[in-house]
Design a protein around this ligand. Structure first.
Ligand code: NDP
Length: 475
């Protein structure tokens, strides 16, 4: 799970012919080596505009009660100038800088200094030291999986503060929301720039670096595959999960506290957004080991897209529903609330079961039951850059026989539920479902492009067996 604004993915050289013979696929199935003009244009557009998109949404809430057209109409009709809007925007403050530094330092400490103990007493939870997937260069990295522990300890402290210690107000995040945005941007750009320099001068695994010859593409999509400091500080695992995803539920709690402070009560819409998004976040940490096998960790290099995206895009744009509900305390009718809850839970069920089916299938090498039956399998092989041939299997049963990415459909249903919880007053809370639909459709195409170059004819056999990508009969 990552915060992303993704560019179109350029064609990799290896796709000129889709075969899985030795020369064509050897070490060529990672990200692209060449960049076309369209991709370059998209990348420059995103690098220039994404920070302003985030600013626009947050400013529209702060100054126009979440009316997305408000700033444009005011400027077009001469009621306000850009400089007026900017003058009303809170600047970075010493308090926000201290808070943010403390927050990130605390998460770094939880990540690096506290080996996982949750797996020792939570039945079914897989944590501690785990292995990632084989990289294109044939490396297998080890990870310290302790995200659930970090999430639990952080939230324990939050509730201890709210109910016992009173060190700070639970509205602290909302109250410093824009000053914190500047801090998040500083970290996002700093970490992306550091990762780029590191990739050139002191990479963790030089064989897994990719240089396209285009500065902007390298900066955005990353050079290094798995940058690390020391043995355990893995940039991708840390920035993808914490501080952004641990913060997600805290941000929502802070918005709920602000709603109560301003309006005297917490609405059922705010409760629904908090509960449904908390399920998604807890699921992410409960399944952090599974996450090592997802596209973010297995295939994407670490650049601005992940570094800045995880620091800024995710915490600010994935939480828009909660922010909106502070300004518009929507109270849903019981049938509306039940409908949203049902959609969110069914979406979560599909998302979880589909992901679990693939994970179980891969972990047991196909020796498992899917929907009570022995799974149908497509045997496939691919080559890593060191010339080694590896064997793998594609699942053709369960949700993976319905469509090639039915897990994304579950995710989209859950995303729609968060938005519908906000009623129909404004467009702003619906940004999330629009964004997720674009992200996951693009991701689906990008993944298939990569799988085709990795597995060649074996992938063609899979697409013949399961012809639709997302929705059977439609796409
Ligand atoms: P997937 O979990 O769908 O993984 C795709 C990979 O799985 C492929 O590259 C291939 O990898 C393998 N694969 C594909 N088809 C099969 C098959 N039939 N049988 C076995 N293996 C197969 O993709 P993501 O990593 O994108 O998504 C993981 C989850 O995270 C999704 O549910 C998605 O909705 C969610 N997500 C959420 C985001 C958010 O921002 N909220 C962002 C992105 C994802 P291999 O090379 O190993 O064969």
């Amino acid at each position: 799970m990552a915060a992303k604004s993704q560019p179109n993915i350029p064609k990799a050289k290896s796709l000129d012919s889709i075969t899985n013979d030795r020369t064509a696929s050897q070490g060529q199935w990672g990200r692209a080596w060449e960049v076309d003009w369209f991709s370059l244009g998209s990348i420059i557009f995103l690098l220039l505009c994404a920070p302003f998109i985030v600013y626009y949404f947050i400013m529209a809430c702060d100054q126009y009660s979440c009316a997305l057209t408000g700033p444009v109409v005011d400027i077009a009709t001469g009621r306000a100038r850009l400089s007026d809007i900017w003058a009303k925007t809170p600047p970075i403050t010493r308090k926000a800088a201290q808070l943010y530094t403390l927050w990130v330092t605390f998460q770094v400490l939880l990540y690096t200094s506290l080996p996982d103990f949750c797996h020792k007493f939570l039945p079914g939870y897989v944590g501690g030291i785990q292995e990632g997937a084989v990289t294109p260069a044939g490396v297998v990295n080890k990870y310290q999986i302790n995200g659930l522990q970090a999430w639990l300890l952080t939230h324990l402290l939050w509730f201890a503060n709210a109910h016992l210690l009173s060190w700070f107000s639970p509205t602290i995040i909302f109250d410093n929301w824009i000053p914190l945005l500047w801090c998040a941007n500083i970290l996002g750009y700093a970490v992306s720039t550091f990762a780029m320099v590191k990739g050139y001068f002191f990479p963790t695994s030089a064989r897994d670096c990719k240089f396209t010859g285009n500065f902007f593409y390298n900066y955005m999509m990353g050079v290094e595959f798995n940058p690390r400091i020391g043995k355990w500080f893995d940039f991708k695992l840390f920035f993808n999960g914490r501080p952004g995803i641990v913060a997600w539920t805290l941000i929502n709690l802070s918005f709920a506290a602000k709603q109560r402070e301003l309006h005297g009560h917490v609405t059922n819409a705010m409760v629904l957004v908090n509960v449904l998004q908390a399920i998604y976040v807890i699921d992410f940490f409960w399944n952090e080991t599974w996450y090592l096998k997802t596209i973010d960790i297995c295939h994407d290099h670490f650049g601005w897209y992940l570094g800045w995206g995880d620091c800024v895009w995710l915490p600010y744009l994935y939480t828009l529903q909660g922010l909106y509900l502070v300004y518009h305390p929507v109270q849903l009718s019981t049938p509306h609330a039940m409908g949203v809850l049902l959609l969110g839970l069914v979406g979560y069920y599909i998302f979880r079961v589909a992901n679990h089916q693939k994970d179980l299938f891969r972990r047991t090498d196909g020796r498992c039951l899917i929907w009570g039956k022995k799974p149908k399998v497509i045997e496939c092989s691919y080559m890593s850059a060191d010339g080694q041939r590896h064997h793998s299997k594609l699942l053709v049963s369960g949700f993976w026989g319905v469509a090639r990415h039915f897990n994304y459909v579950g995710d989209l249903m859950g995303s729609l539920a968060y938005c519908l919880a906000c009623g129909g007053g404004h467009l702003l809370p619906y940004f999330y479902i629009i964004y997720m639909a674009i992200l996951l459709t693009h991701r689906c195409l990008r993944d298939e492009h990569r799988c085709a170059s990795k597995y060649g004819r074996d992938w063609e056999r899979y697409t013949a067996a399961v012809p639709y990508r997302l929705l059977p009969g439609i796409f």
